[in-house]
Design a binder for this molecule. Structure first.
Ligand code: ZN
Length: 691
């Protein structure tokens, strides 16, 4: 396509797909056993970092260093925003699947009130199932989106229920049969999110964003409403469910005060207004705009809020609260509810500031076609934050970096905020110390030593480069909208950002900028990335399945493509030793060259909207799993007893009052996953069973 006319481009930028980033528990997390020089090891006798483990999940706690030192006003702000973050928990359950709330509540009544045998295998399985439901905010796996298979029978559940007085279940009694069918019938509601090519993705996904409509009807509905000539287009459909009514008309049920999810949203607004009262500077107006959006459901107001939010780079305490991410909608339009409350980590911010200040240098030297580089990189604001509260779709499984807002035109005009969440990353590393995975899967001791020494720094920089620069780099050819790559778009977008990060990690410029002591940091990251992409991330896939999730597809795509392209020179090599398979990088310099070459091609695909090339690349390298290798990885992982997924319990905050005035906010760190879940379900549950 018209490559040489890009300089006068007036069309949308590249970022349509980048959206709020969820680098969901990067698989390599489980493989890093870094010694953290700056933070030191955990003193003996303290609460362990891992508070619960079940199935493929470990639940950790995280600390909030610096909270006690915040000024009182900011502590109060964290408190009110944290309350608001907890009030939307029911929303994400209902969004994920319309029967999730009655299922969760039925099981919670059982869990609280059953007086029978709690030691038998059936009970243990029921308890595990409930823990999984809490973790996934529903009955589908948070990562694979497949429905959980219960390890107990319907007969057992009904027997247990029969021992509990019926009035404990209230209205849930009427939903019993539906709840049981949803849990136990393997043919029903199989996938929360089904994006296979050729299927009606709306009909085959059981997330609760649509009702009674086909994919074609949804596409027609929004196709007629989106104004392609609007330079400031709203994110149409973002905050509503699309429903075909009994009379056949198709209508949006908007999530707002007075609309769908009103009882929860009213509580969110209540706490946001408390926060507004103690906020100062530009933040007061920002929170007021968000409240107004929740009250009206007006998406122009949401844009106004986002602009105020992105322009505010001075407030120490910051937050996300709203319908943000569209990963859960098969058509990528409707957003799940989530929240994250945080404040600045001053020391760590230095790193991303250096990267941001040099954004233009990185863009100008990017190994992509010159016409697809951005002439001016705008508004990259980057910081490292300390998470203080996780809510909705960010809890218990949480991102380690975020990049907002999502609206392409706002990003273009006002830039975006990109953050990495340091205390969460730190908790992962602490929990993974000494789990044996590095020794099991990384063959060469020099690689292991480098990972131990530089793994955390390499990971942090990778995230910074990916978030602050990678997604924001490049531009589209004139006439290309950014949505041409369809279901392959997010995988290729992640690949683009990862390749940008990987390429620059090996650049001497990073040494010059003082970001790394030597390029050994890149070697550590390269060895880890390739091993993860080709091998160890398979631990998170069920036997017999292929790779579906876009971040995982991206990692496989990059690693497999580089393996193939470097085969003649043996850049990456498979090694068999003592009956075990390993993958090693023989030539780090050539690997970096390959990252650059691949970035050139992926950027071309994106810039030109070359669907055929993008689809072919992802299908060839990013999807299919070698069953024999997969079995081996699962076997070796199982022997280590490491759970591939992680999530967190939140700290608790408590207002300290004297004579009716708030004088302090105390923080504590509960270490019981079940208690926190039961507590949230008891005290922060506002929605009816069926919405
Ligand atoms: Zn990304």
């Amino acid at each position: 396509m018209k490559k040489n006319r890009i300089k006068s481009a007036t069309f949308g930028e590249i970022q349509t797909q980048m959206l709020m980033e969820k680098i969901v528990t990067i698989a390599s997390m489980a493989l890093i056993t870094t010694t953290l020089a700056s933070c030191g090891a955990e003193p003996q006798g303290e609460t362990p970092w891992i508070v619960d483990r079940f199935d493929d999940i470990k639940v950790m706690r995280y600390e909030v260093p610096g909270f006690a030192e915040l000024p009182l006003r900011e502590k109060e702000l964290v408190y009110y925003l944290s309350e608001a973050a907890k009030c939307g928990r029911d929303i994400i359950y209902d969004q994920n699947f319309r029967l999730n709330l009655p299922i969760r509540r039925t099981l919670e009544v059982v869990y609280a009130d059953y007086a029978g045998d709690r030691t038998c295998n059936d009970w243990k399985e029921l308890e595990k199932y409930l823990k999984k439901v809490w973790f996934a905010n529903g009955i589908h796996h948070h990562y694979s989106n497949d429905k959980f298979v219960p390890g107990f029978s319907e007969t057992y559940l009904r027997e247990v229920i029969a021992t509990i007085p019926a009035e404990h279940f209230g209205e849930l009694n009427d939903l019993r049969d539906e709840v049981c069918r949803a849990i136990f019938d393997p043919e029903l509601y199989r996938s929360q999110l089904d994006q296979r090519a050729g299927v009606d993705m709306v009909a085959s996904s059981c997330s609760n964003y649509y009702e009674g409509v086909t994919q074609a009807e949804v596409e027609k509905f929004y196709g007629e409403r989106v104004d392609h000539n609007d330079p400031e287009p709203i994110s149409y459909g973002l905050n509503s469910k699309l429903v075909k009514e009994a009379d056949g008309t198709i209508r949006e049920h908007v999530w707002k005060v007075g609309g769908m999810y009103s009882p929860a949203i009213e509580r969110i607004v209540y706490w946001l207004e408390k926060a507004e009262a103690v906020a100062d500077g530009p933040q007061k107006e920002t929170i007021a705009a968000l409240v107004n959006y929740y009250k009206t459901g007006d998406l122009r107001e949401f844009d106004r809020y986002n602009i105020l939010w992105v322009k505010d780079t001075v407030s120490n305490v910051d937050f996300v609260n709203g319908f943000i991410e569209d990963y859960g909608d098969p058509l990528g339009r409707k957003a799940s509810w989530e929240s994250l409350v945080n404040f600045r980590d001053e020391e760590a911010c230095r790193r991303t500031e250096i990267i941001s200040e040099n954004a233009q240098w990185f863009e100008d030297h990017s190994p992509v076609a010159p016409e697809y580089r951005k002439e001016q990189v705008k508004g990259v604001s980057a910081k490292v934050i300390t998470a203080a509260m996780l809510g909705g779709d960010c809890y218990p499984s949480t991102p380690i970096g975020i990049n907002l807002p999502n609206s392409a035109w706002i990003r273009k005009e006002y830039g975006s905020k990109s953050v990495t969440i340091d205390n969460i990353t730190y908790a992962y590393k602490q929990a993974a110390k000494g789990d044996g995975a590095l020794e099991e899967f990384m063959l060469r001791s020099e690689d292991r030593e480098r990972v131990k020494q530089y793994g955390k720094l390499g990971d942090d920089l990778h995230t910074d480069l990916h978030e602050c620069l990678g997604h924001g780099s490049g531009q589209l050819a004139p006439g290309v909208k950014g949505s041409e790559l369809k279901s392959y778009g997010s995988t290729l977008e992640e690949a683009r950002a990862d390749l940008f990060a990987l390429y620059y990690l090996g650049d001497p410029k990073l040494v010059e900028l003082g970001l790394v002591p030597s390029l050994d940091v890149a070697k550590a990251q390269y060895a880890n990335y390739i091993m993860n992409g080709l091998m160890t991330q398979l631990s998170r896939i069920e036997p017999g399945k292929n790779v579906e999730e876009s971040h995982m597809r991206n990692r496989k795509l990059i690693a497999e493509w580089c393996y193939e392209q470097g085969k003649a020179d043996n850049v990456i090599e498979w090694v068999e030793q003592d009956g075990k398979t390993y993958v090693v990088v023989n030539d780090f310099d050539q690997l970096r060259t390959l990252f650059g070459k691949m970035l050139y091609e992926v950027q071309r695909i994106k810039s030109e909207g070359d669907y055929e090339a993008g689809a072919a690349m992802v299908e060839q390298y990013g999807v299919l799993v070698d069953q024999k290798l997969h079995d081996e990885v699962l076997r070796r992982y199982a022997a280590l007893h490491i759970e591939p997924y992680g999530g967190f319990v939140n700290p608790e905050y408590e207002l300290v009052e004297q004579d009716g005035k708030v004088v302090d906010v105390k923080i504590s760190y509960p270490a019981n996953y079940v208690e926190q879940m039961m507590h949230y379900s008891r005290d922060y549950s506002y929605l009816p069973n069926i919405n």
